[in-house]
Ligand binder design. Structure first.
Ligand SMILES: [Zn+2]
Length: 206
């Protein structure tokens, strides 16, 4: 038995404290606690207009910034499945359903093709809001296909990492993505197609 118990059921963390990115009209800065409008924040490239704090953003916000809103999504047909029939606090399919409902992205990474200064670029951007940006089979496969696409078409690749690590609900299938993606990156280096890695908060490790 715990030392403390809740006086009332249903007391939960306030929604505003849980949110990864601002929604609605107002944005309250995590660092300086000042309030600005989300429009001001967007116009300031998602940095706090008062203190310049870099706010965590999702895949689509990155595409908007990098491609000026003109981009095409790739490999969207790939969707996570519950191979291991995994249940922790809830079954994995329920967790996925919830993640689809809460997000505009269809997994923890989204791949987009667009242009920067009239040159083609593929960006694979992770999204922390989708099950903590965790790497499952779909994340690995989308990265692998993005690399293959870049090699075949000789287009540079930018991967924006924003991940909590492996997706535990996919266990070994998640870990298997690491040799697959790093192997493809070696092929990319041999083909002399440029690859850029951008690590963003809260990613740690190498
Ligand atoms: Zn601020």
């Amino acid at each position: 038995m715990g030392w403390f118990k809740r006086l009332k059921d249903g007391i939960q963390t306030a929604t505003r404290n849980k949110k990864e990115a601002p929604e609605g009209i107002w944005y309250k800065c995590e660092r300086c606690r000042e309030t600005s409008t989300t429009k001001e924040l967007r116009e300031n490239f998602y940095k706090c207009p008062k203190c310049n704090y870099h706010v965590r953003i999702g895949s689509h916000e990155y595409f908007e910034l990098i491609f000026d809103g003109n981009y095409e999504l790739l490999f969207e047909e790939l969707r996570s499945t519950d191979v291991l029939q995994f249940t922790d606090l809830k079954p994995y399919p329920d967790r996925l359903k919830e993640a689809y409902k809460k997000n505009t992205v269809t997994d923890a990474i989204t791949v987009a093709k667009g242009k920067v200064n009239r040159r083609s670029l593929i960006v694979a951007a992770m999204d922390f809001r989708f099950i903590g940006g965790s790497m499952g089979s779909v994340v690995g496969e989308r990265i692998a296909r993005a690399i293959e696409f870049c090699i075949a078409n000789r287009i540079p690749l930018l991967i924006i990492s924003r991940s909590g690590g492996a997706r535990m609900m996919e266990a070994a299938y998640s870990l298997m993505q690491l040799p697959k993606t790093s192997g493809r990156l070696t092929q990319m280096a041999r083909a002399k197609v440029p690859f850029f890695s951008l690590m963003t908060d809260p990613t740690t490790g190498a």
